[in-house]
Unconditional design. Structure first.
Lengths: 363, 363
């Protein structure tokens, strides 16, 4: 099947390179296969979840020769986590399109940059201040106020690298606990809801948002999502508009996930991720298209799919030993079980998820 | 994740061996990955659709050493087409369970046997007669009547190896055209509808039927399915009951697809296939579980999933050059496009399919 015109979509049979071999890469590769595309995983670690369902290269992020071979073997590249070094993406860009591009990746790698970017776009965030020393921390507290949270600026995920700061916190102790000289102090928001929006943006700049999802975190790890979130229409529209604005300003081709706090009708941008997002897993069983299909469509240049909710859907993450209940979950009528093929169960490790369709939506 | 008891289901992370590397194997492997299982494809041909999404062995059906290595590398074996030699399955059975077993495979490989088996089970079929010579053919016509169809008894698919016999047919010419000395003469039925039922049967003998599907063939190839079929409840129940009876009598663990003619409220068994079936592809987007998920559940010993229709769904096969319309199909809102990763388009070759959800079902 040929593409016909040079600038058109990549034809089925083309190969999508995916940087990162975890569960997001696995589910993207499965969605690509359904549309007739091949995938090739690049990851420093062997036998991850994604390499079970696609070709793979095991090599370091800075292995130039391996990157060049990978670039020659694929037709477009995307990434499934945002801590891929920007230099890796820049080297690939000499040979092959990388979608989303390095700007979205770079901004998403720094909490300070992502919040600054959101404000640059006219969106609200909690008060924040970059912190590079104990002296900075004292200064930051006068700007940000309390209660607040001291976080690593980079490489934090699932609540790792976070210290709460209150009236009785020993600042030196908190700074030592951070164990990084690149931090951010953020005001803790007494939010009513934590929600997220995933927007897809195509090569042509068209955007399609998935319904807003409400999220519950436990110990910093997403535990449960409910979609569509029970929000006022105006608030939901504003949340979707924030995601569209950020994706457009970052010139994303692919997905942008935006985590937001809702506080008295105000929307505050918390984090962004230019990739599939755990809070979008419900779309596999509850929406007209999954976030993974949408990512594939965006990066190969196909039109985006409608992304409406078909069912009110609850997603429960299976974390660590939760997945030991696979037998019971597989026996639960109507529960859609997704497991990631991880051989070893570890506390806090995302092993899979379950989607429960609660009722038809909008019928 | 351990199975706990020896006789329980294979735990996620186990490997399902699949004999045959075509699109049915590909879609089974994708469904297995979603549930956390690995797959290993065995096929004499390299780089088929399934080997793009799973580990694979390329070896002949009678390569004993390769079969032994394959058996040692997997935890259970299933097959995606019914022309796998029974001897291949019997060799594997020394080392690993094969589901469905050799009886279902053997019966499904012969039109004479499958129709005889259906009658043995108390089900109706069109009149038929085994034909091994031109003399047999003349004899068969006196039993079967006209119009009738002379078919190869084995290895026929998608309308290949079929000759229509009417009042003005030259029998010698028809016999020569068959080009086989193992034939079957079947009465041509003036059926009102052609339908199929796919039933899953678990290790414990439990059965779950998918809704009855109505099928339209063009030139002997399935062109379109509509599910659930618009049938009287009694006729639909009888069709499902026929499938359950056949699966149970054949001791199937896995799927059994049964093609049926409906003629004035009577149900006539036409063909059976102990594997996923083209007429069940709509279940990927229209049912509570897909036929591929159901096959995986059956062969690893998990409980079967509910198989209700969620949407009235139309499935259109993309045959040969039909798939060149991938760009338009991908742009059609709500059309779910499935392509099989076949590099070469050939006339009559199944390249993919499209599922269209027409409306919520039962709401």
């Amino acid at each position: 099947m040929s593409a016909g015109r040079h600038s058109g979509p990549l034809p089925p049979g083309s190969t999508i390179g995916i940087l990162g071999g975890g569960q997001l890469g696995r589910m993207t590769a499965v969605a690509a296969a359904e549309l007739g595309y091949r995938c090739h995983i690049y990851d420093p670690t062997a036998d991850g979840p994604a390499s079970q369902v696609a070709a793979s290269t095991v090599a370091a992020w800075d292995d130039g020769e391996a990157l060049d071979r990978f670039a020659n073997a694929v037709d477009v590249v995307t990434y499934e986590f945002e801590n891929v070094p920007v230099e890796t993406v820049e080297r690939l860009l000499d040979r092959v399109p990388v979608r989303p591009g390095p700007m979205a990746l770079s901004v998403a790698q720094s909490r300070v940059e992502e919040k600054s970017f959101a404000r640059h776009c006219g969106l609200d965030t909690a008060a924040f201040w970059g912190v590079r020393s104990l002296d900075d921390l004292a200064q930051a507290l006068t700007v940000v106020g309390m209660p607040s949270i001291l976080k690593t600026n980079r490489f934090g995920y699932d609540g790792k690298g976070q210290v709460t700061i209150g009236m009785d916190t020993d600042l030196r102790h908190a700074w030592d606990e951070l164990a990084s000289d690149d931090g951010i102090l953020e005001r803790r928001i007494p939010f009513e809801r934590e929600v997220s929006v995933i927007v897809a943006r195509g090569v042509d700049g068209a955007t399609v948002c998935f319904p807003v999802t409400e999220n519950e975190h436990v110990d910093g790890i997403l535990r449960r999502s409910l979609a569509p979130a029970p929000l006022d229409a105006e608030v939901a529209d504003a949340a979707r508009q924030a995601a569209v604005t950020l994706a457009t300003e970052l010139d994303v081709v692919g997905l942008l996930a935006v985590e937001l706090f809702i506080e008295q009708g105000r929307i505050l941008v918390n984090e962004i991720a230019p990739r599939p997002h755990n809070s979008g897993h419900w779309t596999q069983d509850g929406a007209a298209a999954s976030q993974f299909e949408q990512l594939v469509r965006a990066v190969v240049g196909l039109p985006l799919a409608p992304a409406d909710a078909l069912f009110e859907t609850e997603m429960i993450n299976l974390i660590g030993a939760d997945a030991d209940a696979w037998r019971e979950l597989a026996a639960e009528p109507g529960a859609k079980l997704h497991l990631y093929g991880k051989a070893e169960t570890r506390p806090g490790r995302k092993m899979g998820h379950v989607n429960r369709r609660r009722k038809p939506f909008g019928v």
